[in-house]
Design a protein around this ligand. Structure first.
Ligand SMILES: Nc1nc2c(ncn2[C@@H]2O[C@H](COP(=O)(O)OP(=O)(O)OP(=O)(O)O)[C@@H](O)[C@H]2O)c(=O)[nH]1
Ligand SMILES: [Mg+2]
Length: 373
């Protein structure tokens, strides 16, 4: 494997080696034999639409204002995100205006291994060109791999009023789908999100994109449903602590405010722990926090795995039965562990298989070389 990290994000999660593996990697295709297949998320869209900013804000904790100084991307930047066994994928940040007709750009290979394609449209700019680009990209990608989920981020909506946002979304939705219908490709499904790096909308949208790539999602949701209904809890989220992406929640609807409160709580816990905690990781087995809000709601955070946290919302009265909640949580955690173990086994089997296939291949070619006549 001759890929090398060129940039470490420095999220401040303990020492460099204790940090989950977030690295920006030079583009390279040599790791196809390394066993684990990580779903790929592509960030595409016109120049200056905000692709790199999204990646930096969500995965590098860059503050939104700092993105003003980002330089234009001139080559594909690949980053591995594998902070937990469930959340494990690669993000490929593309330069704007990639040329599909450039022979050095092997888009077939790129799309074949892609799980989700995020197309970013700058909503503060004229989007006619962006829409035709979206159409071209989506139809190309679909031809190579019809299983890709297509996600359209109507981005930079911070400058728009609520009415304006809805109006833009409706217009873009209609035009994009009309273009597909004209090409006889109605079966391609596009999902739309209104996003901005200046609020939590980008994290929420990214959460939904990532959730589609987690095959165990229904199981996780089910476990959360069982957990909350037996514990008197109103809402529970399973969070990836580093990126603040929620990888699952129970089946009741999510409102933005609740999600924002969860993000704030995680920030508070990590910040306090970084400043006042003992040396070492700011997030570990002991990590937990209880916050009483002034509207009789209690927020309860608990560690699930090294990189996952559960954040629950419940009424003050329900929190009186904390013993029951903790017991149910313990059962939940064990169930999660079992899901992890199954996944691990599947991965190991896959690795073994590909190793066997590889050694068979090499022994065959060795045989051919040692017996030329
Ligand atoms: N108002 C606003 N500006 C944003 C948002 N996201 C990104 N920007 C700004 O948009 C500009 C371009 O951002 P980049 O992330 O470099 O865009 P890009 O799509 O990576 O551009 P290329 O690499 O050239 O393709 C920067 O000045 C960002 O600060 C947003 O949500 N709202
Ligand atoms: Mg860029």
């Amino acid at each position: 494997n001759h890929l090398f990290p060129v940039e470490n994000n420095g999220l401040g999660f303990g020492g460099a080696d204790s940090h989950p593996s977030h690295f920006t990697l030079e583009l390279g295709f040599s790791d196809s034999l390394s066993g684990e297949v990580k779903p790929r998320i592509l960030l595409m869209g016109l120049r200056r639409s905000g692709k790199s900013s999204i990646q930096k804000v969500v995965f590098h904790k860059m503050s939104p204002n700092e993105t003003l100084f980002l330089e234009s991307t001139n080559k594909i930047c690949r980053e591995d995100v594998s902070s937990s066994s469930f959340v494990s994928f690669q993000i490929w940040d593309f330069p704007g205006q990639i040329d599909f007709f450039d022979p050095s750009f092997d888009y077939e290979m790129i799309f074949r291994g892609t799980g989700a394609l995020i197309f970013v449209i700058d909503s503060q700019d004229d989007y006619v060109e962006a829409l035709s680009r979206l159409h071209l990209t989506v139809t190309r990608a679909y031809k190579v791999n019809p299983d890709i989920s297509f996600e359209v981020f109507i981005h930079k909506v911070d400058g728009l009023s609520d009415d304006h946002k809805i109006e833009k979304q409706r217009d873009i939705h209609k035009r994009a789908n009309d273009d597909l219908a004209d090409a006889g490709l109605e079966k391609i499904h596009l999902s739309f999100y209104l996003t901005s790096i200046y609020d939590h909308s980008i994290f929420e949208a990214f959460s939904k994109v990532v959730q589609k790539l987690i095959p165990q999602l229904p199981t996780l949701e089910n476990l959360l449903n069982i957990f909350i209904s037996n514990s008197g809890i109103e809402k529970a989220f399973l969070f990836d602590v580093v990126s603040k992406i929620y990888i699952a929640t129970d089946s009741s609807p999510v409102d933005m405010q609740t999600y924002e409160l969860c993000c704030d709580m995680i920030d508070v816990v990590i910040d306090i722990s970084c400043i006042y905690g003992e040396a070492g990781l700011p997030y570990d087995k002991e990590s937990m926090a209880i916050i009483h809000l002034n509207n009789t709601t209690v927020m309860y955070l608990k560690e699930v795995t090294k990189f996952l946290a559960m954040v629950c919302f419940l009424r003050k009265e329900s929190f009186e039965r904390k013993g029951l909640i903790d017991y149910n949580f313990h059962c939940f955690k064990r169930a999660i562990q079992e899901v992890f173990d199954v996944r691990l086994k599947v991965q190991q089997n896959r690795k073994l298989l590909s190793q066997r296939r590889w050694s068979k291949l090499t022994s065959m070619s060795n045989g051919a070389a040692s017996n030329p006549h």
